[in-house]
Design a protein around this ligand. Structure first.
Ligand SMILES: Cc1ncc(COP(=O)(O)O)c(C=O)c1O
Length: 373
């Protein structure tokens, strides 16, 4: 069976976790601080704040950005449901906007039409690692006095106009779930270059505590903490951070390998006239966290039948990215007209792409499609 995804973890990660366990410091501590520093350096931001996953990264960003009851946040429906959920957590309303067919990212004209006096933020998802139009959305946010939050769950190592995702705005949220390009089991990070935002994110991720454990531990005088706000426990552990430090070292190579696999798919599938393939828009560089193909109306088979056929051939695939507005949790929360999102979600399929896949694996996957052509 060829799985849809597989994290690339080796002896170095196992050793790092082992060594950290033996230090006795296993929750947020020195390894988390080191991971944050290395992460910020990698993406080109001043700071990074490690958290338990990307959903909590998004939730904290909403809180620190001051979004709350009665506010509206514009986001794509076509995203993993955590995107919309993070808005609901703070009592605000997700306003679903349409995507572009060419890159499955938010469509800026449609977003602008949906701005109201209640809109406080735009949540821009870099879908499947493909960068969205950050400069366009920054300008739109400035024009309407809105906060830009980037959901970069899938986009570690992707680039927009020559700079890494994570370096462009105040709230950029990443995921280290095993389906992502690097993994710490579960885990997340927020990058920012805004000192005030950085300090608030740190405060809220650890119960609102005025002093962190490490400072207290290293102090030569007794210290008593205060809890300044109602915060959360959204900590990453030092065991996870130790794994993350090793994963970050591998990341440049992982991205080269993923690009090679994507290129192989492009070359082998580009002759099939009933498929649309992902492609990097001008100024964008993708880590190809997911390789999703779209079945055009002239396809000889429908999406679900093709997924079944893959399964019978020992190949695991997934439906294209879901639309949140059609999930049971959101069905009664408004009526939405999002034909492009629905069409993309219903007719696309994610193919396996992970480091360690061989040329034969890719050829075998392509052969299933080629046999239909
Ligand atoms: C776009 C997007 N946002 C948020 C998340 C949530 O990430 P996590 O599982 O780390 O909470 C995901 C995970 O799949 C995602 O794809």
């Amino acid at each position: 069976m060829i799985p849809i995804a597989k994290p690339y973890l080796g002896k170095e990660e196992a050793q790092a976790a082992h060594d950290t366990i033996l230090t006795g410091w296993i929750t947020q501590g020195p390894k988390v601080a080191e991971f944050e520093k290395n992460f910020a350096e990698f993406v080109g931001s001043k700071y990074a704040v490690a958290v338990s996953n990307c959903t909590t990264a998004l939730h904290l960003s909403m809180i620190v950005a001051g979004i709350g009851l009665g506010d509206e946040v514009i986001c794509p429906s076509m995203s993993y449901i955590a995107t919309a959920n993070s808005i609901v957590y703070v009592g605000a309303t997700p306003v679903f906007a349409e995507i572009n067919k060419k890159d499955y990212n938010l469509n800026i004209e449609d977003v602008e039409k949906r701005i109201t006096s209640k809109t406080k933020a735009i949540l821009l998802v870099h879908q499947m690692g493909m960068p969205g139009d950050i400069d366009g959305f920054k300008q739109l946010c400035e024009k309407h006095n809105l906060v830009l939050i980037e959901d970069a769950a899938c986009a570690i190592g992707s680039e927009y106009r020559g700079a890494k995702i994570g370096s462009h705005s105040d709230y950029v949220c990443f995921s280290f779930h095993p389906r992502k390009v690097i993994s710490t089991g579960d885990g997340g990070m927020i990058s920012t270059s805004n000192e005030k935002v950085y300090n608030k994110l740190k405060l809220y991720r650890q119960h609102g505590m005025s002093i962190n454990d490490r400072v207290r531990h290293e102090s030569k005088t007794i210290l008593f903490e205060d809890h300044l706000v109602v915060g959360y426990n959204y900590r990453l552990t030092d065991i996870q951070a130790a794994v993350g430090i090793e994963q970050l070292k591998r990341l440049p190579w992982i991205i080269v390998e993923r690009q090679k696999l994507a290129k192989m798919y492009h070359e082998l599938l580009s002759g099939i006239d009933w498929l649309e393939l992902p492609n990097e828009q001008e100024g964008c560089f993708s880590n190809y966290q997911t390789y999703s193909v779209y079945l055009k109306p002239n396809a000889p088979i429908n999406r679900d039948q093709l997924m079944q056929l893959f399964l019978e051939n020992g190949i695991s695939t997934r439906r294209g990215i879901m639309t949140s507005h059609r999930e049971t949790a959101y069905k009664n929360k408004g009526t939405w007209s999002l034909p492009v999102s629905e069409d993309a979600a219903d007719n696309s399929i994610c193919l396996p792409l992970w480091v360690g896949m061989t040329e034969e694996d890719v050829m075998g996957i392509v052969a299933v499609i080629g046999d239909l052509a």
